[in-house]
Design a protein around this ligand. Structure first.
Ligand code: SF4
Length: 215
């Protein structure tokens, strides 16, 4: 284990987030499923990582009451799933970044994911590849504005500056130190920023995968 991983895991644990280090996406899937019970109501936040490890398929096929946002047939049905997710037994998501200080850094356009991560579901299970570990919050924000937001905006066909250029408009406005001001696009995906250190012991589990996953 590298010193960086060791420090990150120690600090996540100190922040009440029990952390597992696994070597591969297959192992991540097994660990994630081992944290569920038959019949659990489960839900997920939007995440490439969850898809890459095969979790979405496993939830569909397993013995769970899966609140499947991807099966929603209308925006109102999707909204209803988001609301029901607050009462789930387990909520799965990734994180835009994890700092060596043991913080989960995230940013959402809609806030359903960050809200459920922070409060509501009995358990929140966060799965992150090692590529998302950063030194501190400055690096987390920089990662968001140069990696996570541009790639997610492109994936979701959003009309934003970063989807076209690969970085946030603020960086071309000479406002690198003021990255949260962002663009004025109606499609902007950086609206709700959160930094999390859990207060309830046993609620949040973090699975760090020793490979690159998602963005
Ligand atoms: S504020 Fe706008 S341009 Fe900047 S990263 Fe977010 S969506 Fe992209």
């Amino acid at each position: 284990m590298t010193e960086q991983l060791k420090r990150t895991i120690e600090n996540l644990n100190k922040n009440n987030m029990e952390t597992f280090l696994v070597e591969s996406r297959d192992e991540a899937l097994k660990t994630a499923l081992s944290l569920l019970n038959d019949g659990d109501t489960v839900s997920v936040g939007g995440s490439v990582t969850l898809s890459e490890i095969g979790l979405l398929e496993a939830l569909k096929c397993g013995n769970y009451n899966y609140l499947d946002r991807y099966a929603a047939s209308s925006p109102s049905e999707m909204h209803e799933i988001f609301r029901k997710s607050f009462f789930a037994d387990a909520y799965f998501t990734s994180s835009n970044a994890v700092t060596e200080n043991g913080e989960l850094f995230n940013c959402d356009g809609n806030a359903n994911r960050v809200a459920a991560l922070m409060y509501g579901p009995k358990k929140a299970i966060v799965i992150v590849g090692k590529n998302k570990i950063v030194k501190n919050l400055d690096e987390a924000l920089y990662r968001l504005k140069t990696v996570a937001a541009p790639l997610n905006a492109k994936r979701l066909n959003k009309e934003t500056y970063c989807a076209k250029t690969g970085h946030c408009v603020t960086m071309d406005n000479g406002k690198e130190k003021d990255l949260t001001c962002g663009c004025r696009s109606k499609d902007r995906i950086c609206r709700n920023y959160t930094v999390m250190g859990e207060h309830l012991p046993d609620r949040v589990k973090v699975i760090i995968v020793n490979e690159d996953l998602g963005y």
